[in-house]
Design a protein around this ligand. Structure first.
Ligand code: AMP
Ligand code: FE
Ligand code: FE
Ligand code: ZN
Length: 281
């Protein structure tokens, strides 16, 4: 069998629950030859993962997952082969993480208006000491732990999902700003999990067209939420706009209760195309 990769993996420096060490070990067990670490708004896991992976014959692709706001919803943009040590990039990520803390407090305030009182200290316990990037998945897990919801999904549909009463936007990073931020550190930008984009006023095709115009270079066609038919559709969309395709599990450790690492394996050829696109820029 040819080499395979999982190009969308979170660690416990954002809302995954596994340390970089655990992620690399699991990736090896899953038979992966390469993984991209793509935490939300932080690259703190990349150097530790590279150090651990060195002796294990597994390649770590430096990545990140940014959120961009549209008028009517949000999209996630992945960055690959970025210079994660660039100091002005790190500064920007730190600012995004600081805003995340304020936002988490605001979400808890809104939840209390819904009659659900959660303490910020209890949230910090879920978040753990290694995390710099607090997010809604942590809050979903706190709601679950406190018995306020029966599952993680319910936390989103009832309380903190994009159309729910306690949803709070993060910040105004436009798609162009997210793409440019990745470009500035030599990376390739990719539209993450197109299936989860649910913007009533705009069909996906229009969004992809707009993003292609703003310099996005790929679409995540394969993802643990996509079935075969959907992946084919996204591949078609990518070829229509001359975009690369990628794929990954979007594993969050036990954050989503099911460990997804290695559930999506893409041929290593896609990694080579991504790398070529990064070098060409
Ligand atoms: P944030 O970046 O803080 O807005 O949180 C986004 C996180 O919430 C990502 O890890 C998503 O995968 C997760 N998420 C969003 N919607 C859902 C959902 N309906 N069920 C489970 N996780 C979700
Ligand atoms: Fe996440
Ligand atoms: Fe995402
Ligand atoms: Zn993700």
């Amino acid at each position: 069998m040819g080499k395979v990769a999982d190009l969308h993996v979170h660690t416990d420096v954002s809302d995954g629950t596994f340390s970089p060490k655990k992620v690399v070990g699991l990736a090896k067990l899953e038979g992966l030859d390469a993984i991209a670490i793509t935490d939300h708004d932080t690259c703190a896991a990349i150097t530790p993962a590279i150090i651990i992976a060195k002796d294990m014959d597994i390649e770590i692709i430096p990545g990140v997952e940014l959120t961009a706001e549209l008028e009517d919803g949000e999209i996630h943009i992945l960055g690959y082969f970025i210079d994660w040590q660039d100091s002005s990039f790190i500064k920007k990520l730190e600012e995004l993480c600081r805003v995340r803390e304020e936002r988490a407090k605001e979400i808890l305030r809104r939840l209390s208006e819904q009659g659900i009182d959660l303490k910020y200290e209890d949230l910090l316990e879920i978040v753990g000491s290694r995390t710099g990037s607090v997010g809604r998945l942590h809050i979903a897990n706190l709601l679950y732990k406190k018995g306020k919801v029966a599952c993680i999904r319910e936390a989103f549909t009832k309380y903190i999902g994009n159309d729910s009463p306690a949803y709070v936007k993060k910040f105004k990073l436009s798609p162009k700003e997210a793409v440019d931020m990745i470009k500035a550190v030599g990376g390739v930008s990719v539209l993450a999990h197109p299936k989860t984009i649910n913007i009533e006023t705009k069909p996906l095709k229009d969004i992809v067209k707009m993003l292609a115009g703003e310099g996005i270079q790929g679409i995540e066609a394969y993802h643990s939420d996509h079935n075969n038919r959907e992946s084919s559709e996204f591949k078609k969309l990518a070829s229509e706009y001359g975009l690369l395709i990628t794929g990954g599990s979007d594993c969050h450790g036990l954050g989503k209760k099911e460990v997804l690492l290695g559930k999506v394996k893409v041929p290593y050829e896609l990694v080579e195309k991504l790398r070529d696109a990064a070098i060409a820029r």
